[in-house]
Each structure stands twice: as structure tokens, then as C-alpha cells.
Design a protein around this ligand. Structure first.
Ligand code: ZN
Ligand code: ZN
Length: 162
């Protein structure tokens, strides 16, 4: 979604609000497609003494599967993003500046990138999820399954030699 900031480009003290929904249901994250619900994005661009400051918040609830125990989980997710907007970068060396194109900024693309960059490396039902037993598949969060722990394969090989 492109957002036109020309109405406030030359008016310090003015701001413009925007809101839209982002569809990332086809976007793979950690091998899953967790963003099945639309992502609500709200933000504003404010002209502060001639500098254009953009801030926005993207929020949704992710539908994912725990990476350890495979339980379905719903994870509330909120991502904030801030940057400065400029018409050109003549004298600036600043990564946080996003260039305007014909007075417009692609807030959809910025929100999409920010959301994906902020994604957790794993989806877990809880930080201390014990996962499934690799041998019998039992959910170890419900208690021990009774399988013996695997012997160290190097020791097993040694035992054979002896
Ligand atoms: Zn889990
Ligand atoms: Zn087991």
C-alpha cells in the first residue's frame, strides 16, 4: 500500500494517520504459514521541524505449530517500526531513512519487511516445552514416557569392540 505524504511535506507540526491490513498468509516463516489472520497495521507520519517521522504497529495472532511438541498454538504478535522519510539522500548517511517516491512511501512493503524480520526463530508453546520423545513420540510435557535414554553411540561402538 502506498501512502501519500505530500499534503504534510512542507508543513511542520502536521501529521497524517494511516491504517490497512496486510495479508501474509502465503508467506513462509520457520517452515510454516502462521499468518493466516490479516495483520492490522496502524501508523502515522509526522512532520517534525521539517523531518518526516514514520511510526507504525503491526499486530495479529499467529496460528502455528510448536516446533518441539507439534501442538497447535495461537501466538499474539505485535511489531513496531519507526523510520525517517526523505525526498533524497544528498547529505545523509543513515540506514533509518527511507526514500520517498513522488512524495509517496510504500507502507505495505515496510510493514511486510518489518514483520518478517521480527519473526521469532522458533514457534514454541512455551519456552520450556520438553518436546516429544524421539523414540516413542510421547509428549514429554505430560510426564516421562519410560523409554531409556539412548546410549552414547561412541560408547556403544566401543562396547562392541570390547
Ligand atoms: Zn511445545
Ligand atoms: Zn519414549
Amino acid at each position: 500500500m502506498r501512502f501519500d505524504v505530500k499534503p504534510i511535506l512542507n508543513f511542520p507540526g502536521k501529521s497524517l494517520d494511516f491504517q490497512f491490513t496486510l495479508d501474509l498468509s502465503d508467506t513462509e516463516m520457520n517452515g510454516q504459514f502462521p499468518a493466516q489472520e490479516p495483520i492490522r497495521v496502524r501508523g502515522s507520519v509526522r512532520n517534525t521541524a521539517g523531518l518526516l517521522e514514520l511510526s507504525m504497529t503491526a499486530s495479529t495472532t499467529l496460528d502455528a505449530v510448536c516446533d518441539r511438541c507439534a501442538k497447535s498454538i495461537r501466538l499474539p504478535k505485535e511489531v513496531e517500526f519507526h523510520c525517517l522519510l526523505a525526498e533524497n539522500l544528498e547529505n545523509e548517511q543513515n540506514d533509518e531513512i527511507v526514500l520517498l517516491e513522488d512524495g509517496e512511501v510504500d507502507v505495505g512493503e515496510l510493514a511486510r519487511t518489518a514483520f518478517i524480520l521480527e519473526m521469532d526463530a522458533k514457534f514454541l508453546c512455551s519456552e520450556d516445552c520438553k518436546g516429544l520423545c524421539p523414540r516413542c513420540g510421547a509428549d514429554l510435557n505430560l510426564g516421562p514416557c519410560g523409554c531409556k535414554k539412548d546410549a552414547d553411540p561412541r560408547l556403544a561402538a566401543l562396547a562392541k569392540l570390547l
